[in-house]
Write a protein that binds this ligand. Structure first.
Ligand code: FAD
Length: 364
């Protein structure tokens, strides 16, 4: 046994890190291929990022278009499923396919050993032949830097931790960010307080009849073009554009769906705009998105300058035995959505099957 070889107490073929839709979709295909695996999730209960969304959070795809492989999401009487409906579906999905999830288990680091990849967790060490990282972005909220931010005396909360408008009743609030989170949070805050919506540029609102279905179809077109070597059809409208779910439409009817360009710096009691005028503010809600949660991969030296991993069809270019699923378009078109992750998950499981056969040959 080389010094670099560990005989870990727990040895497995595949470790899947995460416990959200991406991890479950990978689990489905690994199970179908009769590959042994364990899922590690740091949350105490199923549902992953969906558990933490604000109370009125609206997915933008109808239930039938929010399904993971194998089992359709049960239909809802409302046009779009609620957050609770999605959490129930993910919970039942785990049971239905007997997915072995260890939780709450935090994977703190992954490092290369001669006989596999060693996972260090807060519940011991595991040695895996292959690893799928499906840790999403929720754990890594992004807030842009503005001068004077530390001097601002008001409250600051990221959409990752925003729950409902009650705490902001009657206050002057800046909602920063022009995507779906910004639009949905602005819509409900504007009913109880004075809100200014700050966006880098004028937000792109999709037509009322465009929802997750259409966005997924567009993503599929782009994927097909790539597979067939055709030019990218570059359809107008991406997953970051604002979907006109009912509360956002209602905000438009009230005339509050208007945004201004960013302020230049903070002061103690508010912000200063580009023309030098000042506005007082009691709070800022940052709807400025997320970055991939990849801290556990740091020892492998695979994280690039953009905070991502270079992948080819989801497989790390630099690190044998490592796949990334979910996260965003860089992991596959629409791979950060319930229905869109199926393609990436199926492909990862098929590649892993091949990899495990060659792994056995090499170590025999
Ligand atoms: P997550 O759900 O974040 O799951 C990752 C899990 O891994 C989490 O439990 C996390 O805590 C855990 N984890 C992280 N690091 C570690 C670690 N080191 N060790 C162990 N566990 C770890 N998507 C749709 O499909 N349809 C929609 O209609 C839709 N609407 C949306 C509307 C809005 C306003 C927004 C903001 C998003 C919407 N999304 C929608 C996107 C969707 O919510 C996310 O993209 C999705 O949660 C990603 O799933 P995931 O499994 O990749 O990651």
């Amino acid at each position: 046994m080389s010094n670099n070889t560990v005989s870990a107490v727990n040895e497995i073929d595949v470790a899947v890190i995460g416990g959200g839709q991406s991890a479950l979709a990978v689990a489905y295909f690994l199970r179908r291929a009769c590959i042994g695996y364990v899922v590690f999730d740091n949350q105490p209960a199923p549902g992953a990022a969906w558990q933490h969304a604000w109370d009125s959070f609206h997915p933008f795809s109808p239930a039938q278009w929010s399904s993971l492989p194998g089992w359709l999401m049960p239909a809802t009487s409302e046009a779009y499923p609620s957050r609770e409906h999605v959490i129930r579906y993910l919970t039942e999905y785990e049971k239905r396919y007997e997915i072995p999830v260890q939780r709450p288990v935090q994977v703190t680091s992954i490092s290369q050993r001669a006989n596999g990849l060693l996972l260090s967790t807060d519940h011991g060490e595991w040695l895996a032949k292959a690893v799928v990282s499906a840790t999403g972005t929720w754990g890594h909220p992004y807030i842009p830097e503005y001068p004077g931010q530390a001097d601002f005396g008001g409250e600051q909360v990221h959409s990752a931790h925003y729950k409902n408008p009650e705490a902001f009743r009657g206050k002057r609030v800046l909602v920063v960010g022009g995507g779906n989170s910004g639009a949905q949070i602005l819509a409900e805050l504007s009913q109880v307080c004075h809100v200014t919506w700050v966006t880098l540029e004028a937000p792109t609102f999709l037509p009322d009849d465009v929802d997750g279905r259409v966005l997924f179809e567009r993503a599929t077109e782009r994927w097909k073009a790539q597979v067939e070597g055709r030019p990218d059809p570059a359809p107008a409208g991406g997953l970051g554009d604002v979907v006109m779910v009912p509360p956002v439409r209602e905000a438009r009817e009230r005339g509050v769906l208007k945004s201004v360009r960013p302020f230049v710096h903070f002061v103690n009691d508010g912000v200063v705009w580009a023309d030098g005028t000042r506005s007082q503010a009691d709070a800022v809600v940052w709807c400025t998105g997320f970055r991939p949660a990849l801290e556990h991969l740091r020892p492998l030296n695979v994280i690039n300058a953009a905070g991502r991993v270079d992948v080819m069809e989801g497989r790390s270019v630099a690190q044998p035995g490592l796949w990334l699923v979910g996260y965003g378009e860089w992991c596959g078109f629409a791979s950060a959505t319930l229905i869109g992750v199926m393609r990436s998950a199926r492909s990862a499981a098929a590649q892993i099957k091949e990899y495990l056969s060659s792994f056995e040959e090499q170590t025999a």
